[in-house]
Write a protein that binds this ligand. Structure first.
Ligand code: CA
Length: 224
């Protein structure tokens, strides 16, 4: 397994690299986002560990460029603050998971392994529920033929709903489906995303397909 660490704090980068190598992983270091973009385009990494605070382009922009370039490698973002805004921004630019500094190396390994197991984004199915459709390869979402623009994370959550139409999904189910690793304090992130999704896939069309099920979670109405 090969990991690219993108971190300008040389001592921390070296520590992470040493720790990953001790676990039997191959690890390279990039100190700038620009370097990471070309390294990840030319080498097949299993996981990228990407710090948000970098000189030049920051981690968000680096992530965005990688995804725009078609690099599907799972990305674990390192953020300095436990701010919901930062998490959402990171996930929206295409990161798969995040950790707040300072972090525990044991947890870092667990998350890197989980992301590596997941592999690059799966390609190629069109899901349909009522007049709503989602192409999991292109992330194109349409209701009644009208294209809807959603962020990466919104698409991932919508995909969980669309794979289980009519079923009540708890926040835990949605977290697990869209993030793989459950993390208790992310449940409010789900509520924020549900609001975003309703604003985009329901409200403009005068429908109400994402239902709140009190005390249980949410449900995408199957016959919408
Ligand atoms: Ca940094």
């Amino acid at each position: 397994m090969r990991v690219l660490i993108v971190e300008d704090e040389v001592k921390l980068a070296a520590l992470i690299r040493k720790a990953l190598r001790e676990q039997g992983l191959l690890a390279d270091v990039a100190v700038k986002g620009e370097d990471a973009v070309w390294m990840a385009s030319s080498t097949a990494y299993d996981v990228l560990v990407l710090d948000v605070n970098l000189p030049g382009i920051d981690g968000f922009e680096t992530c965005h460029r990688l995804r725009t370039d078609g690099v599907g490698t799972p990305i674990l973002m390192l953020t300095a603050r436990d701010a919901v805004d930062d998490r959402i921004r990171g996930l929206d630019t295409g990161a798969d998971d995040y950790m707040v500094k300072p972090f525990d190396f044991g947890e870092l390994f667990a998350r890197v392994r989980a992301l590596a197991r997941r592999g690059p984004a799966a390609r190629g199915t069109v899901l349909t529920v009522g007049d709503l459709s989602l192409d999991t390869a292109t992330h194109a979402v349409r209701r009644g033929g009208v294209e809807i623009s959603l962020s990466t994370k919104e698409v991932q959550i919508l995909e969980v709903f669309m794979r289980h139409p009519g079923q009540v999904l708890s926040r835990y189910d949605l977290l697990e489906g869209a993030w793989e690793i459950d993390y208790e304090n992310r449940s409010n992130v789900i509520d924020v995303y549900i609001r975003y999704l309703r604003e985009k896939i329901d409200r403009p069309f005068g429908v109400d397909t994402i239902e709140t099920v009190r005390g249980a979670g949410y449900r995408l109405r199957a016959g919408a």
